[in-house]
Design a protein. Structure first.
Length: 378
């Protein structure tokens, strides 16, 4: 038997690779000779760096960069040496979790640190980038990131505009004289699962501004400033298109990548499945195992386990899934390629006990063992 596991992390409990290894342990109790291939899985959000680095023989890097409020933060990212690929979560440098509720104000928060992480990876030889842009604290149109990469965003006196969305208010000129030369050699895959444009009623200021601390007055101002910024960018960079889906992601960071770098926006699960080459493993498997911490109706709407199932069904493979908890509407997953799913809890315990790493791994291994025993007698 050849079995492939690709299980998303059980957040706060097990990493993707730990979950896969626990399932493998349970299977090997039944059949010591079964070939179980454990592959990483993530949806492009939190945990993607960890999953890809651990599952693809990468290395973790730590670099001190400018945080969203201008103070130093340590950002962790990954490098896959074999392909010179950097895996970055922008939230590590400019995420909303780095800003207290009292300090949230998109007029002040910057993406400058994201550009510094990219520079660090370029200095270490990377030319391919996978960048998750969820969870931002910013609404600066990606200007801070671009400043760190050498672009000039200048006021009427020729000085760099200040950090934050307020810098867009005084923007008069965009220059590329001092852009990092290596940037033209770099290709970016941007994890983007939102379709919002840069401006307007469904733009980043109106939709995401409030959670970042924006008042109604700020939203109106920022939307106007971003519109002017986009028009100014288009004068020098013809591919600028503020109406394109995804340009409003991460406070306009999507627009910055598409306009000023060689970038494409793609869904997180699509990028992860391609980068991990899961299809090459699945097509020869006898069984595919997936899962995540909580399975519900949202899982069926394109989350990581359903992405794995779709790939498996392309080759007619049976798919089983495991989850820490299962909601009643998870049955929708059966319509999207998951043949059967199983909760791993094996007794009445507190949430804290269930989420302890050693307990979660044991519960998954025990459940996988019993499910696999059933599978082998069918």
């Amino acid at each position: 038997m050849k079995i492939v596991t690709a299980i998303d992390s059980f957040k706060g409990s097990m990493t993707s690779m730990e979950a896969g290894q626990a399932a493998a342990e349970g299977i090997h109790r039944v059949d010591a000779d079964a070939e179980v291939i454990v592959r990483p899985l993530a949806d492009g959000g939190e945990g993607t760096v960890e999953a890809l680095v651990s599952g693809m023989n990468g290395t973790l890097q730590k670099v001190q960069v400018t945080g969203p409020l201008g103070e130093p933060v340590i950002c962790e990212y990954g490098i896959i040496e074999s392909t010179k690929t950097a895996v970055i979560e922008m939230a590590g440098a400019a995420g909303i979790t780095l800003v207290s509720d009292e300090e949230r104000n998109p007029l002040n928060t910057t993406t400058y640190g994201v550009g510094e992480v990219i520079r660090d990876a370029i200095d270490k030889g990377c030319r391919r980038f996978l960048v998750g842009i969820g969870g931002s604290a910013t609404n600066d149109g990606g200007v801070g990131m671009l400043q760190a990469l050498g672009y000039g965003f200048l006021d009427k006196d020729g000085n760099q505009v200040p950090f934050g969305a307020k810098g867009l208010k005084v923007l008069e000129q965009i220059t590329d004289t001092y852009v990092l030369p290596e940037l033209k050699e770099c290709k970016f895959k941007i994890v983007c699962d939102v379709t919002n444009a840069l401006c307007g009623e469904q733009g980043c200021s109106a939709v995401f501004g409030p959670q970042k601390g924006a008042t109604p007055e700020m939203i109106c101002q920022m939307d106007q400033w971003l519109g002017y910024y986009a028009a100014l960018a288009k004068e020098k960079f013809p591919k600028a298109d503020a109406k394109q889906e995804g340009t409003g992601a991460a406070g306009g960071l999507g627009f910055a990548f598409l306009t000023f770098t060689d970038a494409v926006l793609e869904s997180g699960i699509k990028i992860v499945l391609e980068e991990t080459q899961l299809e090459e493993y699945v097509k020869d498997a006898d069984l595919v195992i997936t899962g995540e911490g909580r399975m519900d109706g949202q899982t069926a709407m394109g989350k990581a386990p359903v992405g794995v199932a779709a790939l498996a069904k392309k080759y007619g493979k049976p798919v089983l899934a495991f989850a820490g908890a299962v909601e009643r509407d998870a049955r929708k997953c059966n319509e999207h390629g998951i043949d059967a799913f199983f909760p791993i809890l094996r007794g009445v315990v507190t949430l804290e006990e269930a989420m302890k790493n050693e307990n979660a791994k044991r519960n998954l291994a025990d459940t996988a063992e019993q499910v696999y025993r059933t599978f082998t007698i069918l």
